[in-house]
Design a binder for this molecule. Structure first.
Ligand SMILES: *[C@@H]1O[C@H](CO)[C@@H](O)[C@H](O)[C@H]1NC(C)=O
Ligand SMILES: *[C@@H]1O[C@H](CO)[C@@H](O)[C@H](O)[C@H]1NC(C)=O
Length: 679
């Protein structure tokens, strides 16, 4: 601003401002201008400067609309695509012109997740200090990051787009639409951006701060278990022991991406309110930063010697060429908090002679057919998934029974992970992960082999994998599923430093049609916070009916599908604002329920449909858990849809129902605000 060459235009601006202020009263503060060409709508890098490298150049600016997984969601037409100039592995830095920073700014970012080598930085001109940084999320679709810059208000700054990643995979960063001042927060009236970014580098210290920090993060589920920072996947080691439920999670504390696996640990007296305990299991120490060895999924059981974890010791054979990739090892605890590795590990030294190396996720269970402790392990014959069965002769001594079950048609994948096996009613239920989906099979078991009679999907929605079952001390068959969009790139919460959540605790039952059903446990009632709004009975005809505006809530609905309901379909619109909504449509003709997240937010876009079996008296009941970014939808027949949605706007809290071509008779509608399970 002080350079001689800018004097003339500044003076001119000053005169215009003066002239305006004369006619319009006292001078108003000028709107924050931001740098030149803040969204590249000139179609060029005008106003920006290539500081170094060849990653950025004139070809970086593009108006391409979509990539392999959907739209980029850029602002207007043009943006900077980090691969367009020189590909994935090129490095370089691009710099904006200088501008005065206001109290808030926002921009769109996407591309690789690598906080050290790929970031958008806010740099102070006077000393070159990087004040704030934001990396990508391993997706090409843009997220809006909002920065509180009040600390530096009025200072002269610039933006850098930094790429020092030589990686051939997610080695680039994309950028668009820098906004400074009031426009940074909204997309016009009634559309306030959810605030993403800047949540990283804090850790809750105790329960009070956990409650506060979890509440401040606008994408963060309030009663679904998440790690404050880092990545979680499979729930593991589920057990109720001495009156406490234990939930372990596959965990990478160092980054919001999959990495060397630890076991995070939480306990609960009601399987609803979890309290964090110290990390239970660690990967082996290593000097090799590329070593992905770790403590993979497993299960828990207890006996007179204590509580035992039996799990997969995964060894990265690219770092340890002579090791067995997957063995079964154990760790035990007498206090439910501290775990000691068994001295005689491994308890199973690997897959049987000649079998493929893929051999994981031991799940222990009590087998009433011969009153023994057994476990199932996920395996493969390279064509079909397999389940191998083992039997314990004492706590630490396991021997193979044989192959319990093999897929026959490859339809559920060649590699089966996370098998669970349980008696339910007069049947046995096997469930497992294959092809990125959860599958169940219901059938019979003779103590050695399983015979399947019925197969189905565990979840009708997009965000469930690696579900684990456990029997609680009252004998209920409970389960928790990981909620993530494996294997898609939709992990927008990475911008806030975390990824992955666990479902609410569910109870398993056999459906009327012989399939496996799930329902929420009764203890979830304790999350109610505030008065339940009862809105039924209600006749809905054609027009939209507003039920309420809540995004941490439980919505229960009973529809009379008898003669009084004449509509061809009805749609519940959830997490709705004028810009986005998650739609749940029941079609009365073919009795299907469809979840539509095509325009729901930053999460996975798509539609998922399931047939819903009619209930007694021709009723349809829906029990819906809404938790900011997360939805769990239970139909009365036992069908469940799990989804992660991540709305873009703070106003996306509306719940509406609309009937198509006729009347829908709602006999009961209740909306209960729910509270945080951390407070
Ligand atoms: C896991 O397996 C590797 C390779 O065999 C071994 O070096 C390591 O000690 C094992 N870890 C544990 C905890 O037993
Ligand atoms: C059910 O009906 C809807 C609306 O006509 C249609 O889109 C959907 O494909 C149908 N589903 C099945 C399974 O028939």
């Amino acid at each position: 601003m002080s350079s001689a060459s800018s004097h003339t235009p500044l003076l001119k601006l000053g005169l215009i401002a003066l002239a305006t202020s004369v006619s319009a009263g006292p001078p108003r503060s000028r709107p924050c201008a931001g740098p030149t060409n803040p969204g590249f709508e000139s179609g060029t890098l005008e106003g920006w400067e290539v500081v170094s490298g060849d990653a950025f150049g004139s070809k970086s600016v593009t108006d391409v609309q979509s990539y392999w997984d959907g739209p980029f969601h850029q602002d207007q037409d043009f943006f900077v695509l980090g691969t367009a100039q020189a590909g994935e592995s090129a490095v370089g830095e691009l710099k904006s012109g200088s501008f005065q920073v206001g109290s808030v700014m926002s921009f769109l970012v996407s591309g690789g997740y690598d906080p050290d080598h790929l970031y958008v930085g806010l740099v102070r001109d006077s000393d070159g200090k990087v004040l704030l940084k934001q990396t990508g999320i391993n997706d090409e679709a843009f997220l809006r990051i909002t920065w509180d810059t009040s600390e530096w208000r009025g200072e002269s700054v610039h933006i850098v787009i930094h790429d020092s990643s030589v990686s051939e995979s997610w080695g680039h960063i994309n950028f668009d639409d820098l906004r400074v001042g009031a426009r940074a927060k909204t997309n016009g009236p009634g559309l306030t951006f959810n605030v993403l970014g800047q949540q990283v580098n804090q850790q809750p210290a105790g329960e009070e701060s956990a409650c506060k920090l979890f509440a401040e993060d606008q994408l963060r589920p309030q009663y679904h278990y998440t790690q404050y920072q880092g990545w979680i996947n499979d729930p593991a080691g589920l057990i109720e022991w001495k009156g406490k439920h234990h939930l372990f999670s596959q965990y990478n504390p160092d980054a919001a991406v999959w990495g060397p696996m630890h076991w995070a640990h939480a306990e609960s007296t009601d399987a609803v309110h979890w309290r964090e305990l110290p990390v239970a299991l660690y990967p082996a120490e290593t000097d090799n930063e590329n070593d992905e060895s770790g403590a993979f999924t497993g299960s828990a059981f207890s006996d007179s010697k204590g509580m035992h974890l039996i799990y997969t010791n995964f060894t990265d054979t690219s770092a340890h060429p002579d090791a067995v990739q997957e063995t079964v090892i154990m760790a035990s605890s007498t206090d439910g908090i501290h775990f000691d590795l068994y001295g005689g590990n491994p308890v199973v030294p690997g897959p049987p002679e000649g079998a493929p190396a893929f051999f994981r996720d031991p799940k222990a269970f009590h087998d009433p057919t011969d009153d023994s402790l057994k476990m199932v392990i996920g395996a493969t014959n390279n064509v079909d998934g397999q389940v191998r069965l083992y039997r314990a002769s004492d706590t630490f001594s396991w021997s193979e029974v044989g192959i319990m079950y093999t897929g026959t048609d490859g339809n559920t994948g060649a590699l089966w992970e996370c098998p669970n096996f349980l008696p339910l009613g007069d049947k046995w239920v096997l469930f497992y992960g294959g092809l990125g989906l959860g599958w169940y099979e219901v059938g019979s078991f003779d103590g050695t082999t399983f015979t399947s009679e019925k197969r189905g999907l565990l979840d009708a929605g997009p965000a469930s994998y690696a579900m684990q079952w456990y029997k609680d001390e009252s004998g209920r068959d409970l389960a928790i599923t990981w909620m993530g969009n494996w294997p898609t790139p939709k992990w927008p919460s990475r911008a806030n430093g975390w990824a992955g959540q666990q479902s609410i605790t569910r109870e398993l039952f056999l459906r009327e049609d012989g399939g496996l059903g799930q329902r929420p446990i009764v203890e979830l009632d304790s999350l109610a916070s505030g008065k339940t709004k009862n809105l039924g009975p209600k006749k809905i005809k054609d027009k939209t009916h507003h039920i309420g505006s809540e995004n941490v809530a439980r919505l229960k609905l009973t529809v009379d599908l008898g003669a009084t309901t004449t509509a061809s379909s009805f749609t519940l619109s959830l997490l709705e604002s004028k810009a986005e909504a998650t739609l749940l449509t029941y079609n009365t003709g073919n009795k299907t329920l469809t979840l539509d997240t095509t325009n729901a937010g930053y999460g996975q876009a798509g539609t998922w449909e399931a047939a819903i079996a009619p209930e007694a008296d021709n009723k349809l009941t829906l029990d819906i858990f809404i938790d900011r970014s997360v939805l769990e939808i239970f139909a009365g027949d036992g069908t469940v849809f799990s989804a992660t949605v991540f709305p873009r706007y703070q106003e996306s809290t509306n719940i509406n129902v609309v009937a198509e071509e006729g009347v829908v008779m709602l006999t009961d509608v209740s909306l209960t605000p729910l509270g945080s399970s951390w407070c």
